[in-house]
Design a binder for this molecule. Structure first.
Ligand code: NAP
Ligand code: MG
Length: 502
């Protein structure tokens, strides 16, 4: 469909981009799917089609893996001087910033998030990731290791390690932060000298395709990054199972994470997983409530709750519980819902009709089990996939809304009596362990909770603070391994130990 039919006007660069065919990036060229098929992507604010995108399949994954293999084995990328690789990765970060407005607009159109949020968070954080990882290209090195072994008296050894790129990497990303998730995945893999086949989410392929154009302009060698659009069950599954892939990096649901592990098990390819969460956000009675209440609202409502680390279980100490609930509900009521591309919008639609219905299903289940909505509680009638920001009370530990990842603007608020074992048990009582929030002025309580919460991230008196240098990932069923920081480099390197008899 023509961009002009949309209810708000798109800028010229975005209209131009939408007007060109959306193909697969394989071996440095844009190509249609082997099957010739395409699928529509929708603007979630209106439900209208914004573009037709190539429907990549098993065969296209095969072509892309072949290109990535050639680029890895005989292309210039892994052998490039690290400083040269670093410079190219840095330039990707620069190019993202140079196209900030355009990428933010695309992200908003595709995902539904407010364009102001994409401008302030998604796009600059994506650029940060490339800039940060550019530096690691020259800084990842091995060590020398003194050996004590004595096979033959008098014989000495010189031993050292070399980090080498793991090879061809298959990366599968979700729709909640499309460009940022592409950056989290691509930047460290490129810094370590890997080549990549990236499968983007069917709901939100556009910003990654625009990034692909920028990669070509920058002069990234052919085949180093291949981008395949298509469906998870076909293209994604083929990538996870492809014998030519050395490592799979996945971000998405815990359910699909399990499928990825099974698919990768045949040839035991390396796997990293960044999965779901049901993060506790704990407000103690001594907290600065002027900071904690808006913080708790933002912890759940940021990105419409479509965050793996969303602070979706709010625990407030009894003396302040009513005030916290009232404050978060007030904040929820003030949020201005609308199309992401309207600059006044504070919360856009859910990414898709399916996601809207999934969130509404959880609301119905919670209300049927005895929860009460202090505010919100349903979808908004009319066009677009909007759900009201919702605060649920009277929820119990066993309810689905307390246990399962809703991935929508829905928080369950529960009181607790004191910081004791019972609270910690409740906070840790899900299959997940991705993130947690703590709000207190008491240093000792902050450290006690930080130590005892089983989660990969603990934010104290803040929430959703991300930095390219900070490792992020999950305990328990929230995943395997860490994204970002030095920690993520592990995913993309093999360590070779070399021993030389002197
Ligand atoms: P999902 O199915 O896990 O999708 C994530 C990625 O995996 C997408 O690129 C998807 O492709 C792909 N995929 C799906 N099935 C696959 C398979 N069998 N093999 C390989 N790849 C596959 O997530 P979703 O359906 O978009 O959302 C469902 C729920 O997942 C949400 O409600 C939320 O609870 C959770 N979720 C979590 C995160 C997170 O960051 N932790 C992100 C998104 C969603 P398609 O897009 O083509 O299906
Ligand atoms: Mg899906």
């Amino acid at each position: 469909m023509n961009a002009a039919v949309l209810s708000y006007s798109l800028t010229q660069p975005v209209s131009r981009f939408l007007g060109s065919p959306k193909e697969l990036l394989i071996d440095g060229e844009w190509v249609p799917a082997a099957s010739g098929k395409t699928f529509p992507v929708y603007d979630p604010a209106t439900g209208r089609v914004s573009a037709e995108v190539a429907e990549g399949d098993r065969e296209d994954i095969g072509r892309a893996v072949k290109a990535a293999r050639r680029a890895f084995e005989s292309g210039p990328w892994p052998a490039l001087r690290p400083a040269e690789r670093g410079k190219i990765i840095w330039r990707i970060g620069d190019a993202i910033l140079e196209h900030l407005d355009e990428l933010a607009e695309l992200e908003s159109l595709d995902n539904g998030k407010p364009v102001s949020v994409a401008k302030a968070a998604d796009v600059p954080l994506a650029a940060d990731m490339f800039h940060y990882m550019a530096g690691w290209a020259t800084k990842r090195h091995g060590i020398t290791i003194p050996l004590s072994i004595l096979y033959t008296p008098g014989v000495r050894y010189h031993a050292y390690t070399v980090p080498e790129p793991v090879g061809v990497v298959g990366q599968i990303i979700p729709w909640n932060f499309p460009l940022l998730m592409a950056a989290w995945k691509l930047a460290p893999a490129l810094a370590m000298g890997c080549t990549v086949v990236l499968k983007v989410a069917e709901e939100t392929p556009l910003s990654a395709l625009r990034l692909g154009e920028l990669l070509i302009e920058i002069g990234l060698p052919k085949g180093v990054v291949n981008i395949v659009t298509g469906f998870g069950e076909t293209a994604g599954a083929a990538l996870a199972a492809h014998p030519g892939v050395d490592k799979v990096a996945f971000t998405g649901s815990t359910e699909v994470g399990r499928l990825i592990v099974r698919a990768a098990a045949n040839d035991l390819k390396k796997v990293s997983l960044e999965l779901g969460g049901k993060s506790p956000n704990i407000i103690l009675k001594d907290a600065d409530l002027d900071v904690a209440i808006p913080g708790a609202a933002s912890a759940i409502f940021f990105n419409h709750g479509q965050c793996c680390c969303a602070g979706s279980r709010l625990y407030a100490e009894e003396p302040v519980f009513d005030r916290v609930v009232e404050g978060v509900a007030e904040a929820a009521k003030k949020i201005k819902l609308g199309p992401g591309l309207d600059p006044k919008t504070e919360m856009g639609p859910m990414v898709s009709e399916i996601q809207r219905n999934r969130v509404c299903g959880y609301l119905e289940s919670g209300l049927a089990e005895g929860a009460r909505a202090v505010t919100g509680g349903s979808a908004r009638a009319g066009a677009g996939y909007f759900v009201e920001p919702t605060v649920l009370v009277d929820t119990q530990a066993g309810m689905k809304v307390v246990q399962e990842e809703i991935f929508g603007p829905v928080v369950t608020a529960m009181p607790f009596e004191a910081l004791d074992d019972r609270l910690i048990e409740r906070a840790n009582d899900t299959i997940y362990g991705l993130a947690a929030g703590v709000w207190t002025r008491d240093l000792s309580k902050a450290h006690t909770l930080a130590a005892r919460l089983k989660s990969g991230t603990v934010w104290v008196n803040c929430y959703n603070v991300f930095d390219a240098a900070l490792p992020f990932g999950g305990y328990k069923q929230s995943g395997w391994g860490r994204e970002m920081g030095e920690a993520v480099l592990e995913h993309y390197t093999e360590t070779k130990a070399v021993t030389i008899r002197l």
